[in-house]
Design a protein around this ligand. Structure first.
Ligand code: C6P
Length: 425
């Protein structure tokens, strides 16, 4: 087991004293700018979040003082880089309450985490005729890797249905779907299109009872609410650093050690081997077996700073703030006259809203909003099957983070009114 050697101290529960949202917003230099002559309102946080100064400083500090390759050198800089990289792993374990740092595999992000499981766990556990249960609200990154696996093995994909625009999964029938043929249940924690928050601990408990392995896509939840993998009871959980104030290019795949132990390597190369011969090689144990080649070292330093930053604010406070913003946006948008279709649950939603203005294409909404300084996203949000189920090609989406305010939402609603007028909708 790897021990933590980081000089950084872990933030204690300072949440009460630090929930000064305007001051927190001041930590994000990028937000203080004008776009097309208007103050920037950044509502594309589900795609990627902005980075606070401590994360920018950690990246710059790493490159200015500690940069070297990890696990290889025996010189001072390499030792420092290795210590910091492994400290980030230990920090990630504590961030999601994994039993040990060795349960944490560094990846490029959620997508790579799911692909890793599909390729390695899938190769040894999925056979022809086996079922892989997903939901209709999955992101492409939690569909396509399973399609590739199904093509290779002859497994069949099944999808737990979503009930229309309100965007809830049909849980009454979940136990029926978890039959003996199903070997894996992979599902999102928070839907990036609908804002639905799924009861993942309940999903895992039901799956465990049926002897089914579970994977949680936590791309939209890891930076937004406390996560405890032992309480959730999942076998795998994947998330991306860039959606939680960290840098792009680094993410985490959590795997229960017992499950990781018998998984073959994902990619071959340096760092992941014990011994290499011309004909055969042997592997390190998890997690290093799954991390071939030079990893994203600076990313790990940045992610470490991001996790510290989020916990300094308090993830329970971030979750409350998200829900306030989500509820405020939903209520204000519901009042828009002239026709708006809103997607996702009426209550208990995450901090994002997908919508369509009557007779205005989502891309037109996003283009005009951009001219007013409001950054939205329009498209299928990598949820094409869900869009088809809802009978649309695309939606416009506003997704919030803790640095956003209700005043920004009010301005955004005003912009939508202007768009309605402009298009005569
Ligand atoms: N969703 C969005 O704008 P990566 O690209 O690997 O960091 O994350 C993929 C991913 C997986 N699952 C969910 C639920 C997601 O929302 C995403 C990324 C972005 O909604 C880009 S499409």
């Amino acid at each position: 087991m790897i021990t933590e050697t980081s000089p950084q101290t872990e933030p204690e529960d300072e949440a009460e004293s630090l929930a000064d949202w305007p001051a927190i917003r001041g930590d994000f230099p990028i937000l203080d700018q004008q776009v097309h002559g208007q103050p920037l309102i950044y509502f594309d946080n589900a795609a990627t979040t902005q980075k606070p100064r401590p994360v920018l400083d950690a990246l710059s500090h790493y490159y200015q003082t500690d940069n070297a390759n990890v696990h290889r050198g025996i010189h001072e800089l390499s030792n420092r880089a290795t210590a910091g990289f492994e400290a980030a792993r230990a920090r990630a374990a504590r961030f999601i309450n994994a039993a040990q740092p060795d349960d944490i595999i560094f990846t490029r992000g959620t997508t790579e985490g799911v692909n890793l499981v599909a390729q390695t766990w899938g190769a040894t556990h999925i056979r022809e005729g086996d079922g892989i249960l997903l939901t209709e609200m999955e992101h492409h990154s939690n569909i396509v890797p399973w399609q590739l696996l199904a093509e290779r093995t002859g497994a069949k994909l099944m999808f737990l249905p979503v009930s229309g625009d309100v965007g809830l999964l049909d849980l009454n029938r979940l136990d029926e779907w978890l039959t003996r043929d199903v070997k894996l249940f992979a599902f999102t924690h928070i839907s990036n299109s609908l804002g639905t928050i799924n009861p993942v601990a309940d999903f895992c408990a039901r799956a465990r009872k049926a002897g089914v392995t579970t994977l949680v896509d936590a791309a939209q939840s890891a930076g937004h609410r406390p996560l405890d993998v032992q309480e959730i009871g999942c076998d795998f959980l994947a998330f991306s650093g860039h959606k939680m104030c960290g840098p792009t290019g680094i993410g985490v795949l959590y795997g229960r050690q017992e499950v990781l132990a018998d998984m073959p390597p994902y990619q071959g190369g340096g760092e992941m081997i014990l011994n290499v011969d011309f004909q055969r090689s042997t592997w390190k144990p998890a997690p290093h077996r799954f991390e071939a080649g030079t990893p994203d070292i600076s990313g790990a330093f940045g992610l470490h700073a991001a996790m510290d930053y989020l916990d300094k604010i308090g993830r329970h406070r971030i979750a409350e703030h998200d829900q306030e913003l989500g509820a405020h946006a939903y209520a204000r948008l519901s009042q828009l006259k002239g026709g708006i279709r809103l997607f996702g649950p009426h209550v208990g939603r995450a901090g994002l809203v997908s919508f369509l203005l009557k007779d205005v294409h989502a891309h037109d909404v996003v283009t005009v909003a951009d001219q007013r300084g409001v950054a939205l996203r329009g498209g299928h949000h990598c949820n094409q099957p869900l869009m088809h189920k809802l009978g649309v090609e695309s939606t416009a989406r506003a997704s919030f983070y803790f640095y956003n305010t209700t005043e920004e939402i009010d301005r955004f609603v005003e912009v939508l009114r202007e768009i309605q007028e402009f298009f005569g909708a």
